[in-house]
Design a binder for this molecule. Structure first.
Ligand code: UDX
Length: 473
C-alpha cells in the first residue's frame, strides 16, 4: 500500500535476453539498483530462471531486498528445445510471435504492479516494443550488454553496405581493411567486423535483425552500456551523436564490488560450479597458469578440441581449462596418452569455474578467452593479459581492440591449430609478458578508478539512479 503524501519508491522492470552473458550483467545491474533502494522485477524465461536458480544462490542473495522479485514469461519454445546460439533465428522469431504480445499486454494492463516506473530492456530485444506504440506509458531504457566498439561497428553496417564494403567476398577478402568508421580508422579488417557480418548476402536475416536492433537504439529513452570512459571514450562519444542519453556504468561487476565494499559469490552460473580448481590454483606458482574458457555459447568440434589440447600441452605452461558440458559437438573421442599425461602433469579441467575468483588468483598469468564482453571486462579488472579466440557476434571486434587498441594481448582469430595455440600462449605468458602485464596493470587501475567515488562510471550510475527517481515522482 502506498502511504498518502509519501513519495513512491521507483520500480524498474529488467528483462534480459535469455543467454548467460546477458542475464549475468543485467542481474548485476538489478543488484546495484536494489542497493540504491529501487524496487526491481527481474523478468526471465522459465528455462533460464530454472537454470539460474538451480546453480546459483540468487534467490537467497536477492531475498535481502524485500521488494525484489523474479518473474517469468514464456519464450514460446517447446521444453526440449536446445535454446543455443545456433538456433538464434528460431529463438527471436518465437519471441516476436509469442512473447511480444504477452509482454505488451502485461505492460499496459499493470501486470507488474501499478507503480512501474520504467523498463530496462535488453537492447537486443528492441523488437519487443514498437516505437510508435502509444499504449506503453513507461519509458524504456535499453541495456546493450556488449562492448561500445561492437555497438558502434553495428551502427555503421548500413553505411558499409551502402558504399559497397559489405558483403565480404569470401575467405580471400577477409584481410581487406574497412574504411570510413570514425574512431576505427586503419583498424578493422573484414575479419574483425562483428561475426554476423560473415555472410555473402547482406539480407541475411540474423545480420538484418542485429543491425535493426542496434539502429533503433536511439529510440530508447536512454542507452546503458557496460563500459567505461577510459576504455572506450572516443567510441562512446561517437555513439552519443546518435544516442545522447548514454550511461556508461561498467565494469558492472567491479562497480558492484565497490558498492558492497566486499567480494561476493558470483551469480554467473547456469552450470554447476567446480570450486576445486581454486585449491589446485593455490598449489601453482604465481603467474604460471593460463586460464582457458570459451564462455557460455561457444561450440567446437572434436578437431578443434584436440588442437587446443595439443597446443596447451605443447606450450609447456600450466593450464586450467573450462570444458563446459555442451562445449564440444562431435561424439566420443579417444584421448591420446600424451594428452592424458600432459594434463596430469600441468593441467586441470573443470565443467564450469568460478571465473571472477579464478581471474583474480595470483597463480593465473593469462587468459585464453573467446572475448565475450563479460570475460573481457573481468580480465581487464583482474589485470590479466589475453589470448583472444573469438567465436561470434561482438567477440571479433572485442579481440581486435584487445590486441591492437588496448594492447592487452594477442588475437588468435580464425586460427585453430596446435602451433598457434602454443605460440600465442607463450607470447602472453613468457615472451611478451612484461609488455602485456604493464598495459594490463595500467588498464586495471583505470577500471578500478572508473567505479570508485569520483570515477566516470560511478558518477554515471548515480546519474541513472537520479533519473529513475525523478521519473517516479
Ligand atoms: C556472449 C557475448 O559474446 C558477449 O560479448 C555478450 O555480451 C553476451 O553474449 P558469453 O559467451 O556468455 O557471451 O561470454 P561472456 O560475455 O564472456 O560471459 C560469460 C560469463 O560466464 C562471464 O561472466 C564469466 O565469468 C562466466 N563464466 C564463464 C563463469 O562464471 N565460469 C566459467 O567457467 C565460464
Amino acid at each position: 500500500m502506498v502511504m498518502e503524501g509519501k513519495p513512491q519508491a521507483p520500480h524498474v522492470l529488467i528483462f534480459p535476453l535469455p543467454f548467460q552473458g546477458h542475464i549475468n550483467s543485467m542481474l548485476k545491474l538489478a543488484e546495484l539498483l536494489s542497493l540504491a533502494g529501487i524496487t526491481i522485477t527481474f523478468l526471465n524465461t522459465p528455462h533460464s530462471h530454472h537454470q539460474l536458480t538451480h546453480h546459483s544462490d540468487v534467490l537467497s542473495r536477492f531475498s535481502r531486498f524485500p521488494t525484489f522479485r523474479f518473474c517469468t514469461i514464456t519464450d514460446g519454445l517447446s521444453p526440449d528445445h536446445p535454446r543455443t546460439i545456433e538456433f538464434f533465428a528460431q529463438i527471436i522469431a518465437s519471441f516476436d510471435t509469442v512473447t511480444k504480445p504477452i509482454f505488451k499486454h502485461w505492460l499496459i494492463s499493470g501486470h507488474f504492479g501499478p507503480d512501474l516506473t520504467c523498463v530496462v530492456l535488453d537492447a537486443f530485444f528492441k523488437n519487443l516494443i514498437d516505437a510508435e506504440d502509444a499504449e506503453i506509458k513507461q519509458p524504456i531504457f535499453g541495456f546493450r550488454t556488449v562492448s561500445g566498439c561492437s555497438v558502434w561497428a553495428y551502427l555503421r553496417v548500413p553505411h558499409l553496405i551502402e558504399d559497397g564494403q559489405l558483403p565480404i567476398r569470401g575467405e580471400e577478402d577477409m584481410d581487406r581493411m574497412i574504411t570510413n568508421i570514425p574512431a576505427m580508422e586503419n583498424l578493422l579488417r573484414c575479419r574483425d567486423l562483428p561475426g554476423f557480418c560473415r555472410v555473402t548476402d547482406t539480407n541475411d536475416s540474423v545480420l538484418q535483425f542485429v543491425v535493426k536492433q542496434t539502429q533503433q537504439s536511439y529510440q530508447f529513452h536512454a542507452l546503458i552500456l557496460n563500459s567505461f570512459e577510459d576504455l572506450e571514450g572516443p567510441i562512446l562519444s561517437n555513439i552519443r551523436t546518435l544516442c545522447p542519453n548514454l550511461y556508461a556504468i561498467g565494469p558492472l561487476h567491479a562497480l558492484l564490488k565497490t558498492k558492497l565494499s566486499h567480494e561476493t559469490e558470483s551469480m554467473n552460473n547456469l552450470w554447476q560450479v567446480d570450486q576445486s580448481c581454486l585449491a589446485w590454483l593455490d598449489n601453482q606458482p604465481p603467474g604460471s597458469v593460463i586460464y582457458v574458457s570459451f564462455g557460455s555459447i561457444t561450440v567446437m568440434g572434436n578437431r578443434g578440441l584436440m588442437e587446443f589440447w595439443h597446443g596447451l600441452v605443447k606450450s609447456g605452461r600450466n593450464f586450467l581449462w573450462v570444458i563446459r558440458p555442451d562445449l564440444v559437438k562431435g561424439g566420443e573421442i579417444e584421448i591420446p596418452a600424451e594428452l592424458e599425461e600432459g594434463t596430469k602433469q600441468r593441467g586441470y579441467i573443470v565443467g564450469w569455474a568460478p571465473q571472477e575468483k579464478v581471474l583474480s588468483h595470483e597463480a593465473v598469468g593469462g587468459f585464453l578467452t573467446h572475448s565475450g564482453w563479460n570475460s573481457t571486462l573481468e580480465s581487464i579488472v583482474a589485470g590479466k593479459p589475453m589470448v583472444c579466440w573469438p567465436y561470434t557476434a561482438d567477440q571479433q571486434v572485442n579481440s581486435r581492440f584487445v590486441s591492437n587498441v588496448w594492447k592487452l594481448g594477442v588475437d588468435m582469430k580464425d586460427l585453430c591449430d596446435r602451433e598457434s595455440v602454443a605460440t600465442m600462449v607463450n607470447d602472453v605468458m613468457v615472451n611478451r609478458k612484461e609488455e602485456f602485464m604493464r598495459s594490463a596493470s595500467e588498464m586495471a587501475e583505470l577500471a578500478g578508478r572508473s567505479v570508485s567515488p569520483g570515477g566516470s562510471s560511478y558518477a554515471d550510475f548515480d546519474r541513472l539512479v537520479n533519473e529513475i527517481r525523478l521519473l517516479s515522482q
